[in-house]
Design a protein around this ligand. Structure first.
Ligand SMILES: [Zn+2]
Length: 318
């Protein structure tokens, strides 16, 4: 019998689940996306099984990149945010149905694996992938191996504290974390803080775009004001960029990487607004030699590519 040349990649996100069929060079033959079904404890697995079956192809292995928290030893989604069920034994369940090797990594780790396998990091042994999305997350490959830590939660850099006295609350409940300033969910809080005592706020587009009520501000509306060259918004954008530069300098201080790629919806929708102030402010906060910093070229598929890559070669996890 001919050996199948395909594997399956799965990306379990907060809202959507995506499945792809591809070869070891990252050529994707088929790709599906659906809204995540969180009806009951088994619905996520059932949905993935149905999606994989609808690819109508043989495959050699399955790689999964998923939102956390995960228990990698048990192959479980132990406490996945946005899914109201705990301890979903996804690896065991998929192995039970398809009888192929099945690997689970967190989504940011899949991101950095995708970047190293098929993206800008192909020639790099030391790299990080940063996502700026609803939250801020990171995956790091050092000396060619993924950094996991005791529970697989290493490199959670969004929760590095960058201000001891900060009143800004993070998605995790803590205060003063990087994520409390610069994620899609928290940018409005940072804008409100910086705009509070600024006399320009009342005539700014920030306020106009949320109909005079700053409580209604979203990060989308803020970037709209930036695009329209609103003066206050452009100043605040610089501050966001400087906080991101501090976070990225911290990644480099800890891991000394040669490349950091950035993905996630906030970065992908506002590439230059996110990237330029980071590059401008990086040297101010860095001791180690500054790495190349770029927006991922794999777009929103970076996690899916990483899941596919780990299905073909799991040695990066060892
Ligand atoms: Zn936090």
């Amino acid at each position: 019998m001919e050996m199948t040349k395909y594997a399956v990649g799965v990306d379990i996100g907060g809202t959507n689940v995506r499945v792809c069929l591809g070869d070891e060079n990252g050529n994707v033959k088929d790709k599906l996306s659906e809204k995540l079904d969180v009806e009951d404890k088994n619905s996520v697995t059932k949905q993935i099984v149905r999606m994989i079956n609808s690819l109508k192809s043989d495959f050699s292995a399955i790689g999964i990149g998923s939102i956390g928290l995960l228990d990698l030893k048990k192959g479980e989604l132990s406490n996945p945010v946005h899914i109201p069920f705990k301890n979903i034994p996804i690896v065991k369940q998929l192995k039970g149905v398809f009888d192929v090797p099945t690997y689970l990594v967190n989504d940011c780790d899949a991101g950095v694996i995708g970047e190293k396998s098929f993206g800008l990091g192909k020639k790099e042994e030391n790299l990080a992938y940063l996502t700026i999305s609803t939250g801020i997350g990171c995956g790091v490959v050092l000396n060619g191996k993924l950094i996991l830590g005791k529970d697989g939660n290493a490199t959670e850099v969004g929760h590095l504290t960058i201000d001891l006295n900060s009143k800004l609350k993070c998605g995790c409940g803590g205060y003063g974390h990087w994520e409390a300033y610069c994620s899609g969910r928290t940018i409005p809080n940072f804008v409100r803080l910086l705009g509070k005592n600024d006399t320009r706020l009342k005539n700014s587009l920030i306020l106009k775009l949320c109909n005079g009520n700053i409580a209604n501000l979203t990060s989308e509306k803020f970037f709209e004001a930036v695009k329209l060259k609103d003066e206050l918004s452009l100043e605040i954008l610089e501050k966001i960029g400087e906080v991101n530069a501090i976070g990225i300098s911290n990644i480099n201080a800890a891991y000394d990487v040669s490349l950091i790629t950035i993905g996630g919806s906030v970065a992908l929708k506002n590439e230059n607004f996110i990237l330029n102030p980071i590059i401008k402010n990086l040297s101010k906060h860095s001791l180690n030699r500054i790495p190349k910093v770029a927006i991922t070229q794999l777009g929103e598929d970076v996690v899916l590519y990483g899941a596919l890559a780990v299905a073909f070669d799991s040695s990066i996890l060892e």
